[in-house]
Design a protein around this ligand. Structure first.
Ligand SMILES: [Fe+2]
Ligand SMILES: [Fe+2]
Length: 260
């Protein structure tokens, strides 16, 4: 089983970057499943039904979210009815959407779990207890499991990797928009990367036009943020796993897009 997981797609430029590079990545790596974090897909913050449909229309199998999941109220009914989108499972149970989904293809069933960290981002319950409950829920229904741990603190993500080692196929981090250099298969057979990074403009400050982000840092005034348009890259990981659900390899894919 090959799984391509793409880090936070930021704005229209991120969507165009994914659209431009995905066909080549599919041809080269032949992924069975493509899962994309879409929490910044709409104008750099949150996701809308239109942008979610656009990403799914590229042949993406599922979308994960994060702390910006509920930014746009218009997407709530879509989160409720579209099974291919997950928001953090450890958000309030009655809130829109779901935190777990199962994708099926060619006799394989991939469980996808989205979690939120608790350091510098809010969650309703511990992601550690939540993922244990989610895995019990998925028992017997999946051959492989992917966890997107959307969190700010590297410590919380590293801890989650060890918590899940040998219990899921892949535990990958998102949210910081900066890829970490620690992709590896943990000893129990879980592919791990602290942060996959961002698919969008590397020329800004984690997606925001750099002059606007700098103005806010320099003046501490309320500067309106816009998405940067410079230097689009895709940040992703490719995971390979056996039929037993254990990962055998994880490779980072960090590539610029020529959209001219
Ligand atoms: Fe993000
Ligand atoms: Fe985030």
């Amino acid at each position: 089983m090959r799984l391509l997981f793409v880090g936070d797609v930021v704005g229209g430029l991120g969507r165009r970057t994914l659209a431009a590079l995905l066909p080549g990545l599919r041809e080269r790596h032949r992924p069975d499943f493509v899962v994309v974090n879409g929490e910044n897909a709409a104008g750099g913050v949150g996701i809308t039904e239109r942008t979610a449909r656009e990403l799914l229309g590229l042949g993406v199998d599922a979308l994960t979210l994060g702390n910006h999941a509920f930014r746009h109220t218009e997407v709530y009914p879509f989160l409720d009815r579209e099974e291919r989108i997950v928001r953090p499972a450890n958000y309030p149970r009655a809130s829109p959407g779901r935190g777990i989904t199962v994708l099926e293809r060619d006799g394989m069933a991939l469980g996808v779990i989205n979690l939120s960290g608790t350091l510098f981002v809010a969650a309703a319950r511990s992601p550690f207890a939540e993922v244990d409950a989610a895995l019990s829920d998925l028992r017997g229904r999946t051959t492989h499991v992917l966890v997107d741990m959307h969190a700010e603190a590297t410590s919380e993500k590293v801890a989650m990797g060890w918590h899940l080692d040998g219990r899921v196929t892949a535990c990958v981090g998102t949210h910081t928009h900066v890829p970490t250099a620690d992709a590896r298969v943990l000893p129990g057979g879980t592919a791990y990367c602290t942060d996959v990074g961002m698919t969008g403009p590397r020329g800004g400050v984690i997606g925001v036009k750099r002059e606007l982000a700098l103005e806010r840092f320099l003046t501490m005034t309320n500067v309106r943020f816009d998405t940067s348009t410079e230097d689009p890259w895709i940040n992703a990981v490719l995971v390979e796993a056996g039929p037993d659900g254990r990962a055998t390899a994880i490779e980072q894919i960090l590539a610029p897009a020529d959209l001219a």
